[in-house]
Design a protein around this ligand. Structure first.
Ligand code: UGA
Length: 434
């Protein structure tokens, strides 16, 4: 198939390279010249495991030629299907900002006005139920002068890729969700995914666009709530002096619960769970429904960093003291600090008058944009040196190997929000939920 992908962020770029690897001819369309040049040079424009190899294999000078990039929308005219992979950031009221999507749909529609034959447009961005049908389709229709379902098709194909393992997640999906409002669009989407479905044997869910949109939110809302529930239970365990990880291991043996996403601690962050849970709550409230469980899951997540700090308060009066924050990325394996739990932890420490010294193996530069006046250490050992306490926010493997570094602390108090540090003699160790 000939495929165009509008938007070359982490989803658009990864999906484009993976589609090319499946044997399709793919063109990325993006306004950013730097991204376009990088892809055409065979360089991955962002850090994602396995992506540099794929981009070099298919776009570089030595590549198969199945992947290229351009700033020119007319490239979509030579393709059969266009995936819209544009950002949907959060508005102040927690709803999603559709302006970039709407502008992209308008430009795509104007371009498709010149296409004499059928074309399928697929929304891949995370959008609240009804958006494809009620916002995107009318724009493409108005700008192209064509009728959806008759001259062009509309689909919705949510993605379930995790940052850091996106290429692997693409190749080994738990499911492929194909939402379409007409049969021909569904047929085109099936043809795009046919090689992947053949090799991965992933189950395919065929549905309408509204349901596909909801499946994406339900997936993320369920996972985020699962973590909040294990954090709630973990907080109870802590009160009873019980190890929440032992409890989680046992309940995870029940197939109905499952062993994944039961790591309790300082909570979830990133660019997806916090935004998506709030967006679906906001969309539900707009209908008059009050989603109490989901709202509680978000509130609990917002409160975990303060619980972490209150455990530190039990041992140290942090005002005027040097406190180390280990881990700034929202999870290990990424330099992304968006909605990282380290942000409220640092804010809470500063409100208490602490002198914060922060360390992360890769995310320092990104956190420096958020907190330019913070002290950033070159290593975990340097952060711990002379500190009157330390809090662990990200479960980087290197923190598990820390040993003598704790001896250099002024007060060896460690509060672990991710269960990564080994207990050792001479260190006052507090686990958040164990
Ligand atoms: C998440 C989903 O897992 C993907 O399926 C989805 O495609 C993606 O959002 C998205 O909507 O784009 P991601 O944000 O990359 O992926 O990160 P996860 O690996 O799911 O972790 C999210 C947060 O949960 C992290 O802060 C992590 O530390 C935390 N977490 C995860 C826990 O606190 N405990 C756990 O047991 C698992």
């Amino acid at each position: 198939m000939e495929i165009s992908i509008v938007g070359s962020g982490y989803v658009g770029t990864t999906v484009a390279a993976c589609f090319a690897d499946l044997g399709h001819d793919v063109v990325n369309v993006d306004v950013d010249e730097e991204i376009v040049t990088a892809i055409n040079d065979g360089d991955a424009p962002l850090h994602e495991e396995g992506l540099p190899e794929l981009v070099a294999d298919h776009a570089g000078p030595e590549g198969t030629g199945r992947l290229r990039a351009t700033t020119d929308y007319t490239a979509v005219l030579d393709t059969d299907v266009t995936f819209l992979c544009l950002p949907t950031p959060q508005n102040d009221d927690s709803s999603i900002d559709l302006s970039v999507m709407e502008a992209g749909a308008a430009q795509l529609g104007q371009t498709l006005a010149d296409k004499p034959d059928w074309h399928t447009v697929v929304v891949k961005s995370t959008v609240v139920p009804g958006t494809t049908e009620e916002a995107i389709t009318p724009i493409v229709e108005a700008e192209s002068g064509k009728r959806a379902g008759e001259e062009f098709g509309i689909g919705m194909n949510p993605e379930f890729l995790r940052e850091g393992t996106a290429v692997d997640d693409f190749r080994n999906p738990d499911k492929v969700v194909l939402g379409a409002d007409d049969e021909r669009a569904l047929g085109d989407m099936c043809a795009v995914f046919e090689p992947l479905i053949g090799q991965s044997e992933a189950p395919v869910v065929e549905t309408d666009t509204r349901t596909a949109e909801m499946i994406k939110y339900a997936n993320n809302a369920f996972l985020a709530s699962k973590i909040s529930l294990i954090n709630d239970l973990g907080n109870i365990c802590k009160e009873f002096g019980i190890d929440a990880y032992e409890v989680a291991d046992a309940i995870g043996l029940d197939d109905r619960i499952g062993e994944q996403f039961l790591r309790s601690g300082v909570g979830w962050g990133g660019s997806c769970f916090p935004k998506d849970t709030r967006a679906i709550i906001s969309a539900a409230e707009a209908t008059g429904y009050d989603p109490t469980v989901l709202t509680a899951a978000v509130e609990l997540n917002d409160h975990q960093p303060e619980r972490l700090l209150s455990l530190l308060d039990d041992h140290v009066d942090v005002a005027g003291k040097r406190i180390a924050v280990l881990g700034l990325a929202f999870k290990p394996g990424t330099d992304d600090v968006r909605n990282s739990r380290a942000i409220p932890v640092i804010e809470g420490l500063r409100e208490r008058g602490a002198e914060v010294v922060a360390y992360d193996p890769v995310a320092t530069a990104n956190m420096r944009e958020r907190f330019p006046n913070l002290e950033y250490a070159e290593s975990a050992a340097a952060a711990l040196d002379g500190a009157h306490g330390a809090v662990v926010v990200t479960d980087w493997d290197e923190f598990a190997a820390l040993d003598e570094a704790f001896d250099a602390m002024a007060d060896p108090v460690v509060v672990d929000g991710r269960r990564i540090i080994e207990r050792r003699d001479g260190v006052i160790y507090e686990g958040l939920t164990w």
